[in-house]
Design a binder for this molecule. Structure first.
Ligand SMILES: NC(=O)C1=CN([C@@H]2O[C@H](COP(=O)(O)OP(=O)(O)OC[C@H]3O[C@@H](n4cnc5c(N)ncnc54)[C@H](OP(=O)(O)O)[C@@H]3O)[C@@H](O)[C@H]2O)[C@@H](O)CC1
Ligand SMILES: Nc1ncnc2c1ncn2[C@@H]1O[C@H](COP(=O)(O)OP(=O)(O)O)[C@@H](O)[C@H]1O
Length: 278
């Protein structure tokens, strides 16, 4: 592999956070459509919804199953549960991994087959073959192995090859999270790493938080336009950076659960906007 892997840092992230201006309203600052959670894993939906709200977005529409919808609303009454315009989607966190789209969730087909970008996490990776929208996938190593076997390659080679084979932006999670685009689609490959500031982040649910942050960042940049895969990768890397910073802030007094990471995202955004500009 000849690609140079560089660290995506605070200054990079600061350039990719869209700050609302006086002319903005809840629609112009991005609407995120959310289809996550299930009877089995309702908590994943709560974590992603909390994270999305805290990232700074015009509206979060939750269009998943009833059980997670109730919990997400109880946690965040700001959440809208009515269909309507959506600028980007997140699907799959806490959902069963199925080879097809669930017909009982019509929003899933809108997300998978529409023009707007979609973040595909966890159970959503099972129906990735049905996703034609521009996509960012967020697998851990076990999930990526099921999609594209590693076959002894380095992590960098693996994430790049997966992006090429799947035609999507791949966010390979871990202590060092790698973000790659396919080579052809972008006329060159975008490949960066984001090193986590704390290994206390390795707990259940922090991946659901990460997907919510990335999707919210993407939605704010997808109003009346569709970002290129290269731009989506930059936005995804920005989300990973915010996630690590939020964990660092949540961990100031010791270990922390995933919801605390989500709760700290607003402070992480503020930190990046102030420190990342220097
Ligand atoms: N509160 C909630 O509602 C929560 C809901 N959640 C939801 O749960 C669902 C299932 O997600 P999941 O990740 O737990 O299970 P799954 O996809 O079967 O993969 C696990 C297998 O993969 C392997 N493996 C290899 N590398 C690995 C790595 N780096 N990190 C992790 N695993 C790695 C490893 O196998 P091994 O290599 O050890 O044999 C392991 O046994 C999903 O929808 C998610 O959103 C969770 O977010 C928690 C909070
Ligand atoms: N050793 C580690 N140090 C720092 N961060 C880690 C480490 N291991 C995993 N992570 C991060 O924790 C999150 C775990 O996500 P994931 O495996 O999807 O868990 P879950 O599905 O329970 O949310 C990812 O953002 C990943 O980058």
């Amino acid at each position: 592999m000849t690609e140079q892997i560089r660290e995506w840092g605070a200054a990079d992230a600061a350039r990719h956070i869209r700050v609302p201006g006086p002319q903005d309203n809840k629609y112009s600052h991005g609407v995120l459509g959310v289809v996550t959670g299930s009877e089995k894993y309702p908590g994943a939906a709560v974590l992603g919804v909390e994270a999305a709200h805290r990232t700074g977005i015009g509206m979060v529409r939750f269009l998943g199953e009833k059980a997670p919808a109730g919990l997400a609303l109880a946690r965040r009454p700001e959440t809208v549960t009515v269909s309507g315009a959506v600028d980007a989607w997140i699907v799959g966190s806490g959902m069963e991994s199925t080879p097809g789209l669930n017909p009982e969730l019509p929003a899933l087909a809108h997300a998978a087959l529409g023009l707007q970008p979609v973040v595909v996490d966890a159970g959503g990776l099972g129906f990735l073959g049905h996703v034609s929208a521009p996509a960012i996938i967020t697998p851990h190593e076990g999930e990526l192995e099921r999609l594209v076997p590693r076959n002894g390659s380095t992590r960098e080679e693996w994430v790049a090859s997966a992006a090429d084979q799947l035609g999507v932006v791949v966010v390979l999670k871990g202590h060092e999270t790698l973000v790659a685009t396919p080579e052809e689609a972008t006329g060159g490959r975008f490949l960066v790493k984001v090193t986590s500031p704390t290994a206390w982040l390795a707990t259940a649910g922090t991946g659901d938080v990460l997907a919510g942050i990335i999707a919210a960042v993407v939605a704010t940049h997808s109003v009346k336009r569709v970002p290129s895969l290269h731009e989506l990768a930059e936005l995804a890397a920005t989300g990973v950076f915010l996630h690590g910073k939020a964990a660092e802030l949540a961990g100031e007094d010791g270990p922390f659960p995933a919801l605390d990471v989500a709760e700290s995202v607003g402070r992480a955004v503020a930190w990046v906007l102030s420190e990342g500009k220097h």
